[in-house]
Design a protein around this ligand. Structure first.
Ligand code: PHE
Length: 359
């Protein structure tokens, strides 16, 4: 339906006729609109830039000055009437839409999506951690965890590190301000998981067979070192535990994680073991033939280990005359790199999905 502008000689009656026509029709037109879009279009036909009432307003200029004020009031009154009716209808439409939605068959929020949500997976470090736990659980070990912010006593002193040991140097260890309630405490970010040995031995009695994996911290950064890295730690304490048990357990560990391969034990030194060994296994890249990864030796170093030093037992309240034990530890990034063929350690912590998606 269109509003027509009438050509009449008297501008006042022309205007009034237009107003009367608008007044007679707008209510029915709004009522006929069943959605917001139609209602807005009907509104624009009256009050839009080329709407009928807008045109009428323009006509007012043609009125004689004395008639303008009264005509202006009539136009404004109609404008308000139209706006009020428009708002009311707008709300009615919104209410009707909402009622329709509420009365419709309910939308089942529990239905599975059409496009499956992409699923992530465990980080390679977590995968190796779980593999390690599986192997040791199979060998009868319990899993334990230790704090990452640790006392110097548990990280170094009880393990028999002499007070001037270079590992405690500022260049190697992140020292942490002590808490206000213990201003004299010497606190650090643990440099290895061997603190778990101390904590477990202080709180439990032998026999003990425990394994732990977690983050450790050292001031180090290059192709094969990051300031935060992960270690695993394991130990066994009982009467008559010998080096033979150490060799058996660690050989089984290497074989279960990497498959059957050569394992060798070399004498080494850690303050908390005596004797100490380093454990090498046949290189996974060249199968022992010699390559860049194993620097031509055919072996890669995989674990530090040894028989727990009697001093550690004494510090932890375990009788060194009665009990013996072995302990072993290693970074787990290196086994992960060997297992998955990862060339640069730093890739593990950059969180680049192009890297992570490959596992
Ligand atoms: N804690 C040692 C390290 O950080 C590893 C280790 C653990 C060695 C247990 C021997 C026994 O290198």
């Amino acid at each position: 339906m269109r509003y027509v502008r009438r050509a009449m000689s008297d501008p006042t009656s022309t205007l009034d006729a237009s107003l009367a026509e608008i007044d007679a029709r707008f209510a029915a037109e709004f009522a006929a609109c069943s959605d917001e879009q139609a209602l807005r279009a009907a509104h624009a036909k009256i009050l839009g830039r080329s709407g009928a009432l807008t045109a009428a307003l323009k006509e007012m200029g043609k009125l004689p000055a004395d008639a303008r004020k009264a005509a202006g009031q009539r136009v404004n009154a109609l404008k308000q009437k139209v706006e009020a009716a428009f708002e009311e209808r707008l709300q009615a439409i919104a209410r009707a839409a909402r009622d329709a939605e509420l009365n419709a068959t309910p939308f089942d929020l529990t239905l599975p999506g059409r496009v499956p949500a992409p699923r992530g997976h465990l980080h390679p470090i977590s995968l190796v951690r779980e593999d390690i736990f599986e192997v040791f659980k199979g060998l009868g070990f319990a899993v334990a965890h230790g704090p990452q912010v640790e006392l110097e006593d548990y990280n170094f002193t009880k393990l028999g590190f002499p007070p001037d040991h270079p590992a405690m140097d500022m260049h190697d260890t992140f020292w942490v301000s002590p808490p206000p309630q213990a201003p004299d405490a010497r606190v650090l970010l643990r440099t290895h998981t061997s603190n778990v040995q101390v904590r477990e031995m202080l709180t439990n009695k032998p026999p003990l067979a425990v394994v732990s994996v977690g983050p450790c911290y050292r001031c180090d950064e290059d192709m094969t070192h990051t300031p935060m890295f992960h270690q695993m730690e394991g130990f066994m304490v009982d009467e008559h535990v010998s080096m033979a048990h150490l060799k058996g357990v660690l050989t089984a560990f290497v074989e279960r994680l990497f498959g059957k391969r050569q394992v060798r034990f070399r004498p080494s030194y850690f303050p908390f073991v005596e004797p100490g060994v380093e454990v090498d296994m046949g290189c996974t890249f060249c199968d022992g033939a010699g390559c860049r990864v194993c620097k031509g030796t055919g072996f890669v170093e995989i674990l530090g280990a040894g028989m727990i030093h009697p001093v550690v037992f004494e510090h932890c309240g375990i009788d060194p005359e009665r009990y013996t034990g072995f302990a072993f530890g290693t970074g787990i990034e290196r086994p992960a790199m060997l297992k998955y063929g990862i060339p640069d350690l730093r890739l593990m912590f950059e969180n680049d999905v192009r890297f992570l998606a490959q596992f």
